[in-house]
Structures are given as C-alpha cells and as structure tokens.
Design a protein around this ligand. Structure first.
Ligand code: UT7
Length: 317
C-alpha cells in the first residue's frame, strides 16, 4: 500500500481523548526583546508569534499530555496497547523517550518513538490507524518537543520562533469505518541540508528556503489527500496546519481556497513546536468548540527531512 492507495484494510479508529502538556514558563516577545537584537514588531509581523512556553523535558511534557488524554478518554494506562511518541528532540539517544513516558504513565503495551520532524504527528497518526487496522485496540499518540534544548537561545533567528510543548490523543478501534478518510505522506531527503541538527549541535535552518518550499509542499500534500476521496476544499470544516509561521499558514489556506475562519492558528501562543504543533492546535480547536463530531478536518504538516504529510478526518467517525 502506498500513499496513492488509501483503501482501508482493517478496523477503523476514532479519537476519544486529548490532552496537552506545557511548561509553566511563558516567554513573551517583550522578554526576548530585552535580551536579543529583535523586536515584538519584527517577530509579530514576520512570524505571528506573541509568546511561547519554554522548559521541561520531552518526557515530562509528554507525561502531562498523556495523563490528561487518558483521563479525558476515561481509560486506564493498562488499556493502552501502544504508546507512540512523535518527537525530534528525544531526551536521550537510547532508549526512545517513549520508554520513560510508558513507565511513568504505567502503560503496559508497546512503546516507540517516531521522528519525522514537524510532520511527525501526521506520520504517527497514519501509523496508529494502520496498527488499529491490524488489531490494536487503543493507542496513545503524543507529539512532544523541547526544541529549546537544541536551539541556540542567544541567536535571534531561531530563538524567536521555537517553543516547547506536548499534546496527545487517544485513538480507539471502532465498529464503523473510523475517522481517517485519506492520507498522504512524503519525503525528499535530498533537502535535509535545509534544516538539521547534528548530535551535540544546535538546530540550523535555512529559513528563507524552507519558507519558499513550505507553502507548495503543504498545498500539494493537502490536495493529494483531498483528491483521493473526492472531497473539495470548500467541504473542509477545519484546517489544522503545522504552525511554523503565520504567513505560511495564511498563504497555504488561501491557495487551498479555505476560508480564514476555518484555519486553526495557535502559533501566536505556542510558537513553532515541531511534532507538537498540530496536536496542540487540534486540542485547542476541540476545547474551544471549533471542532465537533462529524466535522471534516484536514491536518497538514511539513518539516526537516524534508518530510510532509496530510490526514483528512471525519472527526469522531
Ligand atoms: O517547522 C519547520 C519548518 N520551518 C519553517 O517553515 C520556517 C520557515 N521560515 C520562516 O518562518 C522565516 O524564514 C523566519 C521567520 C525564520 C525568518 O523570517 P524571514 O522573513 O525569512 O527573515 P530573514 O531571515 O530573511 O531576515 C530578514 C531580515 C534580515 O535583516 P536584513 O538582512 O534585511 O537587514 C535579518 O537579519 O530580518 C533580520 N532578522 C531579524 N530581525 C529581528 C532575522 N531574524 C530576526 C529577528 N529579529 N529575530
């Protein structure tokens, strides 16, 4: 089965719980202005960011999000068959950060990390639906990142755009077809030099070049997912893109022909949180009443690799 063939082989799954994990420290643009050669005006205009949460470890934030998601689904840790942790900032090289999170939460099922950079949550969501298709019943899926741990916070370019945080969902097998309508995953490793972090080093990003490609990549991927099931962009109730830059979100939304009120924007409060950005925006949409059962929601991400991914859902099945 490839990205171009979305026929479901097994059982479907629906989202039954959600939660977030954010470090308590909020860093505003004014805080950055005080110690870097930058300004609230520049950050706001160029990125749409007003503040970000900074701190914690990837495991700590994931544990917070996981606990809240289990509670909201009304499940116990032992009900979970698989813990899937999307992260590009694992706390250790070995083992996966999912091992720490599994142990802290008391999950008895399998646990693994998935790194597809900022597309990690969409990749994980598709993998989770696949696992349910072959017999898993309940999956806890979390995006968790501490980008501040790999960013030179004294260097303005990236220090102003990144944020830390986690968010997760519980996916449960269902009798019906489930909520995943279609998906599109892709990668082009020849572009890995645009955004990378070597072991022990700091994150590097060719911001202009990534920006230039991002809109086209998101739009193509979203259109692939829509075309597979013949859903038109006008039929989308909510667009939840990776929150890398408000200008990228805006340009992609416009090119896709989605009206402004249907695009979820949370970059103003969280900054760019890589794998956590889509689930943080998704959970915010649920909690703010912007996403209801039966709504058509389009998740689209892109990031280092470069990777990209879209998932089209009928939320709640
Ligand atoms: O999540 C994974 C994917 N990531 C992305 O998609 C990010 C894509 N890239 C971006 O969002 C943008 O490229 C950035 C927000 C990172 C940078 O914005 P930009 O509009 O591309 O700025 P730039 O790097 O071209 O810099 C423009 C000017 C430069 O000054 P001069 O040469 O015009 O005098 C920079 O030195 O802005 C200056 N600058 C800053 N000024 C104040 C760069 N960073 C800052 C800053 N504060 N933090």
């Amino acid at each position: 089965m490839t990205s171009s063939d979305n026929k479901h082989l097994g059982a479907g799954a629906v989202t039954t719980g959600w939660g977030v994990g954010l470090p308590p420290t909020i860093v505003t643009n004014a805080d950055l202005e005080a110690r870097l050669d930058t300004s609230d005006e520049w950050i706001t205009e160029r990125t749409g960011i007003k503040q970000r949460h900074i701190g914690g470890t990837t495991a700590e934030l994931a544990i917070m999000a996981g606990k809240e998601a289990l509670e909201s689904a009304g499940l116990l840790p032992e009900d979970i068959d698989i813990l899937l942790l999307a992260t590009t900032t694992p706390d250790e090289r070995v083992p996966g950060t999912s091992a720490t999170v599994q142990n802290a939460l008391g999950i008895t099922g399998g646990a693994f990390d998935l790194n597809a950079a900022c597309s990690g949550f969409v990749y994980s969501l598709v993998v989770a639906h696949g696992l349910i298709g072959i017999g898993a019943k309940r999956i806890l899926l979390i995006g968790s990142e501490t980008l501040s741990s790999i960013t030179n916070m004294d260097e303005r370019t990236l220090a102003v755009v990144i944020g830390d945080g986690a968010a997760g969902i519980v996916l449960e097998a269902t009798e019906g077809p489930g909520e995943l309508l279609s998906w599109d995953l892709g990668a082009d490793g020849s572009l890995k030099h645009l955004l990378y972090c070597d072991h022990g080093g700091y994150l590097f990003m060719d911001g202009k070049e990534v920006f230039r490609r991002a809109v086209r990549i998101i739009v193509n991927s979203a259109q692939n997912a829509l075309n597979k099931v013949g859903i038109r962009s006008e039929d989308i109730d909510l667009f939840v893109p990776h929150q890398a830059n408000a200008r990228i979100v805006e340009a992609a939304r416009e090119r896709l022909g989605i009206s402004p009120e249907k695009a979820m924007v949370t970059i103003d409060r969280y900054g760019n949180t890589s794998s956590s950005s889509i689930p943080l925006a998704l959970v915010a949409a649920i909690q703010e009443g912007k996403l209801k059962k039966g709504d058509i929601v389009l998740l689209s991400g892109f990031g280092a690799g470069m990777t990209w991914g879209s998932a089209l859902l009928r939320f709640g099945g």
